[in-house]
Write a protein that binds this ligand. Structure first.
Ligand code: NAD
Ligand code: GLY
Length: 358
């Protein structure tokens, strides 16, 4: 088992990475001294695959477990389903020393984390992420939340998990498209932080796409190490953490104008990463050859890199203005300067963005 520490003072926690380790989860909870009543939150897809083993592991360790199953889909990361979760927690009489266990992808992790951060003014939670995106990104760092009808992820908290328990074997049941979508966030870490990691992803494409155990564990470990380092330095996104948003300013806007239907999150981020690299080129911060390398790597993992045909450019601009990251209308972009280093810059003109996106 590989262990990574997210250093956040008294809120520090471990990320444990291994294959076929779900059955060991129960015994690893004992040291937290939770009360006897815990709750598992999952969806029917993931629960069917892994619910029994996780549930058994927790009960065998001596806990009473309430299981809360919410429907599968982004639309259920909502205030209404949050309310249903609170109701189940209250009915099962979870107390202030209880904990929630999120078993699933980013949707389950985000809503469970939010519920934990607000139930009885905040109780503990454990992340058991089962998609690549959630294993390398959303389960680490403590951003939790739900969607509002007027905007995605608009209601949320920073609330760190007590433990992140990653079983890489769960990726074997993940649809290929979901896996590749998660790879966009993995490639992101190479571009923003670590050129050797970028080289690894270029060289080991077949092993990664073939779900080779060592390659998978390496990309998950390195991604988590980078995220842990960034979050440890800037938990609340006062500065540095914003580099994790590389590709997301344009990516989120693309998701908005396509109604969240055409692209998975990582696919939209992939287009965003290429176009934000091109924006960096337009601004004279990076040379064309490196932008091509970024694009080639994304495409080699089956990810899209260009705006959809006939995209509504005005819609894209207004969607960018609504971005959570815009302050007083000024958008900040994360711009690669070379492979492995980025800079954050505001004051980019609409003309420059148009030149990059065109
Ligand atoms: P998801 O949670 O919707 O999971 C994708 C699909 O895969 C779902 O249908 C799910 O049921 C299924 N699935 C999950 N694990 C499986 C497995 N092992 N085998 C088979 N099927 C499996 O999507 P996601 O990409 O994991 O997460 C997206 C969400 O994460 C979005 O809501 C996004 O806003 C959020 N997010 C949060 C952060 C953060 O820092 N908190 C960061 C990035 C994204
Ligand atoms: N996914 C970006 C962050 O956690 O900050």
């Amino acid at each position: 088992m590989q262990k990574i520490r997210v250093e956040l003072g008294e809120r520090s926690y471990n990320i444990n990475i291994d294959g076929a380790c779900l059955h060991e989860l129960g015994s690893s909870l004992v040291r937290f001294e939770f009360s006897r009543r815990l709750a598992l939150v999952s969806n029917p897809t993931v629960y069917e695959l892994y619910g029994a083993v996780v549930s058994r592991a927790i009960k065998d360790a001596g806990y009473e477990l309430t299981e809360i199953i919410i429907p599968d889909g982004e639309e259920y990361k909502s205030l209404q389903w949050l309310q249903n979760i609170y109701e189940e927690l209250l009915k099962a009489r979870l107390d202030r020393k209880s904990a929630l266990i999120a078993l699933g992808g980013g949707v389950i992790g985000d809503i469970t984390g939010f519920a934990a951060s607000t139930y009885m003014r905040g109780i503990d939670f454990i992340q058991v992420p089962t998609t690549l995106l959630s294993q390398v990104d959303s389960s680490v760092g403590g951003k939790t939340g739900v969607n509002h009808p007027l905007g995605k992820n608009m209601i949320g908290t920073f609330w760190q998990p007590r433990l992140v328990w990653i079983d890489t074997e769960t990726l074997k049941s993940l649809p290929e498209r979901e896996f590749c979508s998660g790879l966009a966030e993995v490639i992101k870490y190479g571009v923003i932080w670590d050129s050797d990691f970028f080289d690894f992803l270029e060289a080991q494409r077949e092993k990664v796409l073939g779900l080779d155990t060592d390659a998978l564990q390496h990309i998950i470990r390195r991604s988590c190490e980078i995220k842990a380092e960034v979050v440890s330095k800037d938990e609340r996104e006062a500065g540095l953490r914003a580099i994790l948003n590389y590709g997301h300013t344009i990516g989120h806007a693309i998701e908005t104008i396509t109604g969240y239907k055409r692209y998975l999150h990582g696919e939209a981020v992939s287009i965003g990463m290429h176009l934000e690299a091109r924006l960096s080129e337009v601004l004279g911060l990076i040379d064309a050859e490196k932008v091509k390398r970024i694009r080639k790597l994304l495409e080699s993992y089956g990810l899209p890199s260009e705006m959809p045909e006939g995209a509504d450019m005005e819609g894209l601009f207004s969607a960018m203005q609504l971005d959570k990251k815009a302050v007083s209308g000024d958008l900040k972009f994360v711009l690669p300067e070379k492979i492995g280093a980025v800079k954050i810059r505001g004051g980019v003109s609409a003309g420059e963005i148009k030149d990059a996106v065109r």
